[in-house]
Design a protein. Sequence first.
Length: 118
Amino acid sequence: MEILFRLRRTVGRGYNNHPADILRVKNVLTGLGLYNVARHGLRPSVNEEMFSAIENYQRLRGLRVDGVIRPGGKTERDIESTIDVTAKSPIIRCPKCGAPHGGAFGKLCPDCATKENS
């Protein structure tokens, strides 16, 4: 199995976060619809939004909510398994209602696409 997500160091508040790890985390959380990219794009610096997105991911996945991702830890392994699944079926967020979907109807989720075409 190809490794899609591996950190060099622990990412979290109060840790010496590596810039490449910060970008990896922000990229994956953006792809999962949990982190919104600022106008200036992704930057390799920590911010509260990133830590909140990590905590939201942990909460949604039933993991310990601490805002920390450790190399080889449960959150990193869970992200790896999530990426493996989403690599086959991407999660796209509907711009109207925010629901996640696979994109079969374009940018809109099936419900909003059906309502719009009615």
